[in-house]
Design a protein around this ligand. Structure first.
Ligand SMILES: Cc1ncc(C[n+]2csc(CCOP(=O)(O)OP(=O)(O)O)c2C)c(N)n1
Ligand SMILES: [Mg+2]
Length: 576
């Protein structure tokens, strides 16, 4: 509904007017976009105030990049575009990394940035925060639009929403020049100009022949494997996916953010036998997962010698054959595809071959048994396994909590150790392995779901968004941040052999990140053993109070680049 109370009096006695500010607000509300993540300033300060006054939740951050990451993950969690709001040039650029991240990860997001005077920008006459933002945004997002007339705000936002969520979701840039906000027009005409987007992400039904082809290949498998990607988690087709996986009887492997779609302790889960199933499977069905670097492009050593057939379920036809031949492409939205597969499987789908299931089970049990004692150590200072063993139990006891996770060792080891039990509860660095998503993701997860959040952060990773702990305290969010403090990036033991400057990967030794939290009125705890860590996290999760725990980790415990050290370039020349 348009808020008529705020409309200016007409010069023409009876005409009721509205303006750009209110049309943007009304257009957002009409489309159910009721949360904005951003940083205020010219030309959007008043817009933020007015939006707040009219019932939109405006979460004000300390840096646009974190607001952007919040919007991106809000899109993943809700299937509605997360909205990030920034000022022009520098604010816009700060938000752009997150927009590109959203696009890369297929999260729907709209970056709305105020921009400077078009006439001055286009003649490059040096306006306040002058920049041709639309041109810069274009290559980094799915679509980019600029609105010049108040009467086009409705259609502009409609285009942005549809572009963000339809087909393969992604980031959209919406450029709103300063002058637009102050433009006035007849209120009734304004009301009529708004567009409520109908069916913004239409179902894309797969062809029955493609469904049959996929099932024929799956049925022919001696060693089938299903890989679930975060596209499958995004789809919110949880029940259908679970039924399909169970009916197929095949082992499944969840990618990082698909963990919990089916519980990690499900008898078919092959998470703890990853290398075995990738090497030995003969038919691999990808559901909302891409054959990018995270899956070694579907070829090479990781995938072993055994010939493989790939089935791929994805909404984007261009994804097929991106790296290897896909013998059964199934193009459509994940929900429709999985339902169609289930229907076409009928009532007597054959069980998966027992020798394969037994082989996977044996490997899984062997790996779990190997890991178990390491997770129970109570060493001080802690190693990763001792600390993660505690957090693993805490998530088991609190399966509806959301886990945010970033770092190198802190990420790779937590992903392997902490089992997830429910869909969309694990939020992490995504396709790029980007550091900095931590506090933005934690804040959005809390705001969007109302659930408690546990953020497990490397000390380096945390530094990218650390100032947002003030935001967490300001909004009193039930977020517990645990910093795995090993004095540096990967390890805290590096030495610079050539001079007095510290090595590039080390930080101040013995830092007390918990004291930062106390500065903003939150709870800070220094934990030096798994027992202390356990007590502190449980207290934080029980109280719901913003808490930061400095978990002291042995600086020698980690390894270079965590699990992906092999991606570091090597030269035949000796390392200096
Ligand atoms: C935006 C960005 N900058 C830099 C990197 C490179 N990088 C990868 S992991 C990492 C930090 C790892 O250290 P930490 O978070 O302390 O985790 P640890 O391995 O020490 O547990 C960095 C800087 C990145 N991935 N993303
Ligand atoms: Mg570290």
């Amino acid at each position: 509904m348009l808020n008529t109370a705020t409309k200016t009096e007409a010069t023409n006695a009876h005409e009721e007017l509205t303006d750009g500010f209110h049309l943007v607000i009304d257009a957002l509300k009409l489309n159910g976009l009721t949360t904005i993540y951003g940083v205020p300033g010219i030309p959007i300060t008043d817009f933020g105030r007015m939006a707040q006054a009219e019932g939109i939740r405006v979460i004000s951050f300390r840096h646009e990049q974190n607001a952007g990451y919040a919007a991106a993950i809000a899109g993943f969690l809700t299937k509605k575009p997360g909205v990030c709001l920034t000022v022009s040039a520098p604010g816009f650029l700060n938000g752009l990394t997150a927009l590109a991240h959203a696009t890369t990860n297929c999260f729907p997001m709209i970056l709305i940035s105020g921009s400077s005077e078009r006439e001055i920008v286009d003649l490059q006459q040096g306006d306040y925060e002058e920049m041709d933002q639309l041109a810069i945004a274009k290559p980094l997002c799915k679509a980019a639009f600029r609105v010049l007339h108040a009467a086009d705000i409705g259609i502009g936002l409609a285009r942005a929403i549809r572009a963000a969520v339809s087909g393969r979701p992604g980031g959209v840039y919406l450029d709103l020049p300063a002058k637009l906000f102050g433009q006035v027009m007849n209120a009734e005409a304004g009301r009529k100009s708004l567009v409520k987007v109908i069916d913004p992400a239409p179902a894309q039904i797969p062809a029955p022949s493609a469904v049959k082809r996929a099932l024929d290949v799956l049925k022919s498998a001696k060693r089938p494997l299903i890989i679930l990607g975060k596209g499958a988690a995004y789809a919110q087709a949880d029940d259908a996916i679970k039924s399909f996986v169970e009916k197929s009887g095949a082992p499944f492997l969840p990618m990082s953010m698909a963990k919990g779609l089916l519980p990690d302790l499900h008898p078919q889960c092959a998470g703890a036998a990853r290398s075995t199933v990738l090497k030995d499977a003969d038919v691999v069905m990808l559901i909302g997962a891409r054959l990018n670097w995270l899956l070694s492009h579907g070829k090479g050593k990781t995938w072993g010698e055994a010939p493989k057939k790939f089935i791929q379920v994805d909404i984007e036809p261009k994804e097929m054959d991106s790296n290897v031949e896909i013998v059964a492409p199934l193009v459509g939205d994940i929900g429709s595809c999985v339902s169609a597969l289930l229907d076409a499987m009928g009532g007597n789908w054959p069980a998966a071959p027992t020798d394969w299931l037994n082989a996977v089970k044996a490997k899984r049990e062997e790996n779990v048994a190997k890991m178990a004692p390491r997770l129970m150590n109570n060493n001080s200072p802690m190693d990763y396994h001792g600390a993660l063993g505690v957090l693993r139990t805490i998530i088991k006891e609190r399966p509806d909590a959301i886990l945010v996770n970033e770092g190198a060792n802190t990420l790779d080891l937590a992903r392997g150790v902490i089992d997830m039990y429910q869909p969309r509860k694990r939020l992490d660095v995504g396709t790029w392995g980007v550091m900095g998503i931590g506090m933005g993701s934690a804040i959005a997860a809390s705001i969007e779901t109302g659930k408690p959040v546990l953020a497990v952060e490397g000390d380096s990773a945390f530094g990218f968004s650390g100032m947002e702990i003030e935001t967490i305290c300001r909004y009193r969010l039930p977020i517990c941040v645990v910093i795995f403090n090993n004095d540096g990036i990967y390890r805290g033991t590096d030495v610079n052999s050539a001079g007095s400057d510290p090595a590039t990967t080390v930080f101040v030794k013995g830092s007390r990140y918990d004291k930062m939290m106390e500065a903003f009125g939150g709870t800070g705890v220094n934990a030096t053993s798994p027992d202390e860590l356990k007590r502190a996290v449980n207290e934080a999760m029980d109280s719901g109070k913003p808490t930061l725990i400095n978990a002291v980790i042995d600086p020698a415990a980690g390894s270079e680049s965590g699990r992906i050290g092999n991606l570091n370039p090597q030269s035949v020349l000796r390392k200096k």
